[in-house]
Design a protein around this ligand. Structure first.
Ligand SMILES: C[S@@+](CC[C@H](N)C(=O)[O-])C[C@H]1O[C@@H](n2cnc3c(N)ncnc32)[C@H](O)[C@@H]1O
Length: 246
C-alpha cells in the first residue's frame, strides 16, 4: 500500500504543536493518569510517536523520566523547540537499536499506530517495544476506534469522506482535525480490535485490560457522539512470559 506519514510536514508540525487537550483529545487523555497509576510500577518511560511532544510532556507531569521518539523530523524539531528540557530522539521506522532491552517500565503510544500502515510494520514496532520493556513493564497503546472515521466529533469531522464507511483493517481513511489551523485531511489506517489482538499475539504482548472511555454530559465540551460511541481504545499490554523476543 502506498502510505506516507502525513506528520512528515513542516506546516502540519507547526499546527500540531499548538494543540493541547481540547474536546475529543481531552477524552483521550482524561483517564490515562488513573490507568497508568493502576498498572505501571516504576518511572522510566518511552513515549513512542511523541510528535511535537504533547504526550511526552504529559508523562513528565506524571513524574516519568521520559524519552520521546518519532520518525518525523519536523515533529521532533517542534518538540525540542517547545520543550528544550525534554529528551527527544529521531529514529528510523522500527529501529530502536539506540535503546536497551528490559529497561522501561512504560511505553506509551498515543495515536501512533493509526499511522503505521501494515501488519508487517506494526509487528516490527510492537516486537521492538516488547524488547524494551522490563519483565513487569507495561505498554499503554491508545488508538483510534474504527468508528472515529465514520462519525462526527467535537474535534474531528469525517462527513466529506463517505468512502471511510467501506474501509476494512489496513485501508486508508481520512479525517479532518477541527481544532488546528491546518485543515488538510489527515490520512490514517483503520485497524480493528480483532486485528490488534492478532498483532499482539505475534509480538509477545498480552492484553491486560482494554478501556473505551465515554464522555460525560457534565464535562465542559460540546460533545457530538462522544457520550455514546467511544472514539478511542486504550490497550494495557504486558510481555507474554512464554515468548522469546530475539
Ligand atoms: C497523531 S501524532 C501523535 C503525537 C503525540 N503522541 C500526541 O499525542 O500529541 C502521531 C505521531 O506518530 C508518529 N509516527 C508515525 N509512524 C511512526 C513510527 N513508525 N515510529 C515512530 N513514530 C511514528 C508520527 O510521525 C506522528 O508524530
Amino acid at each position: 500500500m502506498d502510505f506516507y506519514n502525513v506528520y512528515e510536514d513542516e506546516k502540519r508540525a507547526d499546527s500540531y504543536a499548538k494543540l493541547e487537550f481540547p474536546g475529543t483529545y481531552y477524552l483521550a487523555f482524561r483517564d490515562l493518569p488513573d490507568i497508568i497509576n493502576e498498572h505501571v510500577r516504576g518511572k522510566k518511560a518511552i513515549d513512542f510517536g511523541c510528535g511535537t511532544g504533547r504526550s511526552a510532556r504529559f508523562l513528565r507531569k506524571l513524574d516519568f523520566e521520559t524519552t520521546g521518539i518519532d520518525i518525523a523530523q519536523d515533529m521532533i524539531r517542534k518538540a525540542r523547540e517547545t520543550d528544550p528540557e525534554g529528551d527527544y530522539c529521531l529514529v528510523e521506522d522500527g529501529d530502536f537499536s539506540k535503546f536497551e532491552d528490559n529497561t522501561y517500565d512504560l511505553v506509551l503510544s498515543v495515536f501512533t499506530f493509526d499511522n503505521i500502515p501494515t501488519m508487517e510494520k506494526k509487528v516490527k514496532n510492537f516486537k521492538e517495544i516488547a524488547r524494551l520493556l522490563k519483565s513487569d513493564g507495561k505498554m499503554v497503546n491508545l488508538v483510534s476506534a474504527p468508528e472515529i472515521y465514520t462519525h462526527e466529533w467535537a474535534s474531528f469531522t469525517t462527513k466529506d469522506f463517505p468512502e471511510n464507511k467501506c474501509a476494512r483493517s489496513g485501508d486508508k481513511v481520512k479525517i479532518i482535525m477541527t481544532d488546528v489551523e491546518d485543515q488538510r485531511p489527515v490520512e490514517d489506517v483503520v485497524w480493528s480490535h480483532e486485528d490488534y489482538e492478532k498483532v499482539y499475539k505475534r509480538t509477545g504482548l498480552e492484553i491486560v485490560k482494554v478501556y473505551k472511555p465515554l464522555a460525560r454530559e457534565d464535562e465542559p465540551y460540546e460533545w457530538v457522539n462522544e457520550t455514546r460511541i467511544p472514539p478511542w481504545i486504550i490497550y494495557v499490554l504486558k510481555k507474554a512470559l512464554s515468548l522469546n523476543y530475539s
